[in-house]
Design a protein around this ligand. Structure first.
Ligand code: 0X9
Ligand code: CA
Ligand code: CA
Ligand code: ZN
Length: 428
């Protein structure tokens, strides 16, 4: 049945569908059967490394419908169907096959002792928080620290879930004239380590408030907004079967890449796809995805007396260990809405943050062109000093999205100093 469904799918749709191992796609493979259908037969995607790429060629790779997963130096790791791989090879790219995605996921799921019907995250990854657990943490933080923490919602996801936001500040119930800072996580479903990053920020600034004068100083002089799960539907979908699915997008029809759906130069420049099956599908219109639209509405709502209160922002992603700044839609440093002086500030702050965590700082289009991404909108519309962090690991295939829960503490603490720098810079 799996193969007949596969045959019925278009090749393009298969790129997405086949991220689902058979056992969790609701089809007939036995849960204890780890044998993958060979990728070529399946028409499924595989992971390849590609040497000697630059931002131009990586944009070209994305335009073929394949997807750049990570970049280390000039070597890109990409995910492609056999057809896309053949096309890229014909275009002169030296693809080296690593592993097909279905078997990579099956291997990973076996390694983490995942099985259908087990808890949402596999038994070995219980350190990660599900949507319900995120809400429990937020509720507990508010119960313990109601003077400095307040929970609300930026709005509903496509499937109708609240997208929670926590505010942390002295006199939290008042809207005070203090620089506001936004941290957002988990736009991409499978990037679960980012949710833990937002939770780390929350616990550090609430648990540390009473005992750490430096923390108290920051909390009393800023209003910090944290959205730990921008894409709850996708995040839940990725884990709800008990086995990881490798899902990236939201759950609207075949999924929109919310990080291509922001209303700034939307779809302008070949940095997103118009094909609904693509992993970088930009949606039917700017802000057609409720998740991007609701988060944008929240940011718009922080304009008070004509002045945007949010001064700085980090959107956390995985992976590649990068600090990225706008614009993503163009290779140019300066463009409409970005003077040389403003660009230089991004370079200065981005480089300073990267020195503390060992990431590589660069303009986001140095990775590849993206249009409709969150940072371009935050800066282009609101002049918010907006960065993307691509967290741990520095390289890898599909497994790069699923580091074992043992690394959560180390890899989230790693960004403490960078987070502090951004909070400082919001007052500059
Ligand atoms: O492609 C993306 O959306 C981000 N990479 S990921 O592997 N997490 O999907 C990078 C976005 C960088 N572009 C901008 N920030 N403009
Ligand atoms: Ca305050
Ligand atoms: Ca305020
Ligand atoms: Zn991402």
């Amino acid at each position: 049945m799996f193969s007949s469904r596969r045959t019925a799918a278009t090749i393009a749709a298969a790129a997405c569908l086949l991220l689902l191992p058979a056992a969790q796609a609701g089809v007939s493979a036995a849960p204890d059967d780890p044998v993958a259908v060979p990728a070529a037969e399946a028409g499924g995607t595989a992971v390849y490394t590609v040497p000697d790429t630059d931002s131009r060629s990586r944009t070209e790779i994305n335009r073929s419908g394949a997807q750049v997963l990570s970049v280390t130096g000039s070597t890109a790791t990409i995910e492609a169907t056999p057809e896309q791989a053949a096309q890229l090879r014909a275009g002169g790219f030296a693809l080296q096959a690593q592993q097909d995605v279905v078997s990579a996921l099956q291997e990973l799921n076996l390694d983490r002792k995942a099985a259908p019907g087990t808890a949402a995250f596999p038994p070995d990854d219980q350190g990660y928080h599900t949507y319900d657990e995120v809400n429990q943490v937020l509720d507990q933080v508010v119960a313990d620290h109601g003077d400095i923490a307040a929970k609300s919602s930026v709005g509903k996801s496509f499937e109708g879930r609240d997208i929670p936001v926590l505010k942390i500040s002295g006199n939290v119930a008042q809207d005070e004239a203090e620089p506001e800072v936004l941290f957002s996580c988990n736009q991409h479903a499978r990037e679960h380590l980012t949710t833990e990053m937002c939770l780390r920020i929350i616990t550090r600034f609430t648990d540390g408030y009473a005992s750490d004068p430096a923390i108290k100083e920051v909390v009393d002089s800023r209003e910090i907004w944290i959205v730990p799960m921008v894409n709850p539907d996708g995040s839940i979908y990725d884990v709800e079967s008990g086995q990881y699915r490798g899902w990236r997008k939201n759950r609207q029809d075949t999924g929109t890449d919310t990080n291509r759906n922001w209303d700034y130069q939307w779809g302008c420049c070949g940095g997103s796809s118009g094909n609904p099956a693509s992993e970088t599908y930009r949606g039917t219109a700017p802000f057609s995805s409720p998740e991007a639209s609701q988060l944008a509405g929240f940011v718009d709502s922080r304009v008070v007396d004509g002045a945007q209160q949010i001064k700085a922002h980090i959107d956390f992603h995985t992976f590649s260990e990068l600090v990225l700044w706008p614009y993503g839609y163009t290779d140019a440093d300066t463009a409409e809405g970005m003077t040389q002086e403003e660009y230089d500030r991004f370079v200065r702050v981005g480089t300073e943050m990267a020195r503390t965590n060992g990431y590589t700082p660069q303009q986001s289009s140095d990775l590849y062109i993206t249009d409709g991404s969150v940072n371009d909108w935050m800066w282009g519309k609101h002049k918010i000093l907006s960065f993307t962090f691509e967290m741990y690991p520095s390289s890898g295939g599909i497994d790069g999205f699923y580091p074992p829960d043992e690394v959560i503490q180390r890899e989230t603490e790693r960004n403490d100093a960078a987070v502090d720098i951004l909070l400082r810079e919001a007052g500059a």
